[in-house]
Ligand binder design. Structure first.
Ligand SMILES: [Zn+2]
Length: 370
């Protein structure tokens, strides 16, 4: 039994920990049925992973832990000699850390990797190989899902590669997130800078066409489970407001077209919101109401981490310059101990992530069995 169904309130519950296969689908369905979405947090080390798990436990929210290729490389160590192997091993190590600890925090976690463009397809394939080995040992893949961002390629080529990769993931119950249309901004070198001409609202290339979403649905739906990051004027990172107009109705129109042509209820698509940092709460809520189950949040949490550490340094400047105070011989070990200022950074992440969880409506909604 992957999950139990409570006779009294019909609430489905899951075993706490990393969710894959049928359990992953149960979690997604609960988000869409319940009108809430999960934060997808880019982590780069155990500090950020543990802060995310701690927040999820505190807020009783399920959560998505994800890594970019750069984050994975950093996790393995910037000094690791082979960059490709470091990306694969770093993400594998992070996933193993999450597998070991997620259940301990009592929440459900989706283990995911973030944007991979054409040249990073071998990174994702290296991780699928790790999942295949894990699947042989445990009956579960190491990752719940991966993301391919081939939105810079022509649509046919984007979908060809996605279909090939999904075919390999589907037997393990893994899901693939794809990207259609162009999200502005920069994500570890992947994405598209906003050019001079982009500062107006009718930049067609910043908005996904619903007919492209239908084409993706037709290509992938029979192969396995997939989710769609559609561009509706969203931007990676935080830029001065007002350059691009957010049009979440693009998500509604995509759901409507696929529903009318192929059925599957009024929200047949599982949608993902990229570039969520800095977005107004009302627009987040509107996007979630159209079937968004996941919102990426990276930039705002990077700032929250740095900002909290900066406050620690500002409050105790001498402790970061001297082991012992040159004027009064006071020892500063208790303040420069990395556990003190890294913990301050973790608390910064926790406070900001709690806000995101409130915006997304996922607080108190964990499916994890108590
Ligand atoms: Zn994106």
């Amino acid at each position: 039994m992957p999950y139990s169904e409570d006779e009294d309130d019909m609430t489905k519950t899951l075993r706490p920990g990393v969710q894959t296969g049928e359990d992953y689908l149960t979690l997604l369905a609960a988000c869409k049925d319940g009108g809430y979405a999960l934060p997808a947090v880019n982590i780069v080390g155990t500090n950020s992973i543990n802060a995310v798990l701690e927040t999820a436990a505190k807020a009783k929210s399920d959560v998505i832990v994800q890594m970019s290729n750069g984050g994975a490389r950093f996790y393995a160590g910037e000094g690791a000699p082979d960059a490709h192997r470091a990306r694969v091993l770093g993400a594998t190590s992070a996933a193993q850390h999450v597998h070991l600890l997620a259940a301990e925090y009592g929440v459900c976690v989706i283990m995911h990797t973030d944007h991979a463009n054409k040249k990073l397809v071998p990174w994702v394939e290296g991780l699928i190989e790790q999942s295949e080995a894990h699947f042989k040992r445990t009956g579960k893949p190491l990752f719940s899902s991966h993301m391919l961002d081939l939105s810079a390629e022509p649509l046919e080529q984007n979908l060809d590669v996605c279909a090939r990769v999904l075919k390999r993931m589907a037997p393990m119950g893994m899901s693939l997130e794809i990207e259609l249309g162009v999200t502005g901004g920069e994500e570890d070198g992947i994405g598209h800078e906003l050019g001079e001409g982009d500062a107006d609202a009718d930049n067609a290339h910043l908005y996904t066409q619903p007919k492209d979403v239908l084409q993706a649905y037709d290509r992938l739906n029979d192969i396995g489970h997939f989710t769609v990051a559609a561009s509706f004027g969203n931007v990676h990172g935080v830029y001065a407001p007002g350059n691009v107009k957010l049009r979440p109705e693009i998500l509604k129109n995509s759901q409507k077209l696929v529903s009318e042509v192929r059925g599957g209820g009024d929200k047949p698509l599982n949608l993902v919101f990229h570039g969520g940092s800095g977005t107004a709460t009302n627009l987040i809520r509107e996007a979630v109401s159209y079937g968004v189950f996941k919102m990426n949040i990276d930039t705002d949490l990077q700032f929250a981490f740095a900002h909290a550490i900066a406050a620690q340094v500002d409050a105790n400047p001498k402790a970061f310059k001297y082991q012992v105070d040159p004027d009064n011989a006071k020892p500063y070990k208790k303040l420069y101990d990395p556990r003190v200022w890294l913990r301050a950074g973790e608390l910064g992440i926790i406070a900001r992530l709690e806000e995101a969880i409130a915006d997304l409506g996922s607080a108190g909604k964990t499916l994890a069995k108590a």
